[in-house]
Design a protein around this ligand. Structure first.
Ligand code: AMP
Length: 278
């Protein structure tokens, strides 16, 4: 595996594969890699000739009071995991390399970016679409891989690809979890020991809500069950817990067939997200 830090070098490396019409996969990450990232990379490895993983904590998707500065970083660890996953190129640009100039041009993600996570993180998805579109242009992948852990992000990226005719296929992988059900996340290190014990309740609560909804079709009751469970069994504060249609993220209606049950919960030093797609 080669670690590349500049756009020029990466493009020079990839040119020969593009000319030879090879399948090039991109796996965007913010590093501090765990089994969720590893699964994305291994899935990409299986179905492509070349796998590029980006490892970049993107400042434009963090709000002023969010955890950009403290976001965990460990390049040596990432190199080891990425090598293990069969990544060919680990792209680790600096902020200056990614944003040398600023013409002020931004993606303005639509209404689907203002709900769920977007309600408390108003600029987040504009920043995500900005960096992902830059990575698409830099790498020019044939396939790009994203996790269902960030279901709203995945839906918005698919909308961007469709609306802006990006010539690539978006692939997704299911959520990878710890043995006790907690969704793997780079941010789990910020949980206190007590919160770590409580955190698997988030997934259990979503499962209970899903079960209730499938039985009774009573959305409000299902959501209340999950909220009560999280509020009584953890010290976390619920940011949102909602049931929406997927992938369009609308209010559900009798014809809705695909659902996203999603939540975000604040603990003392970290905000965790989780969801069930069904
Ligand atoms: P991040 O480094 O958190 O920005 O995540 C990079 C990519 O990995 C995104 O597409 C995430 O959805 C995905 N990802 C993160 N955690 C998990 C997980 N537990 N299971 C599956 N995919 C994940």
């Amino acid at each position: 595996m080669k670690v590349v830090t500049t756009i020029d070098e990466l493009q020079q490396e990839l040119e020969k594969y593009r000319t030879a019409k090879k399948k090039i996969a991109l796996v965007p990450t913010m590093g501090y890699l765990h089994d969720g990232h590893l699964t994305l990379a291994k899935t990409a490895r299986k179905d492509n000739d070349i796998v590029v993983m980006s490892d970049f904590v993107n400042p434009t998707q963090f709000g002023p009071n969010e955890d950009y500065e403290s976001y965990p970083r460990d390049l040596k660890h990432d190199e080891k995991i990425a090598t293990e996953a069969g990544v060919d190129y680990l792209f680790v640009p600096s902020v200056e390399e990614m944003y040398p100039t600023d013409g002020g041009i931004r993606f303005e993600a639509g209404p689907a970016s203002k709900i769920l996570c977007g309600a408390s993180r108003p600029i987040h998805f504009n920043g995500v679409l900005q960096v992902v579109s830059k990575l698409f242009h830099i790498v020019q992948p044939t396939h790009a891989y994203f996790g269902q852990k960030d279901a709203q992000q995945l839906a918005l990226i698919k909308m961007m690809v469709r609306d802006f005719n990006f010539p690539l296929t978006i692939c997704s992988v299911p959520i990878v979890r710890e043995e006790d059900g907690l969704a793997k996340s780079s941010r789990n290190v910020f949980l206190t020991a007590e919160e770590r014990k409580q955190a698997p309740t988030i997934q259990k609560a979503l499962q209970q809500a899903q079960k209730e909804f499938l039985q009774s079709h009573d959305k409000d009751k299902a959501i209340q069950i999950a909220k009560t469970m999280i509020e009584s069994e953890t010290s976390g504060k619920i940011d949102y817990l909602e049931l929406r249609s997927y992938p369009d993220l609308q209010e559900i209606h009798p014809e809705t067939r695909h659902f996203l049950l999603a939540t975000a919960v604040y603990f003392s030093n970290v905000r965790l997200i989780d969801n069930i797609l069904f």
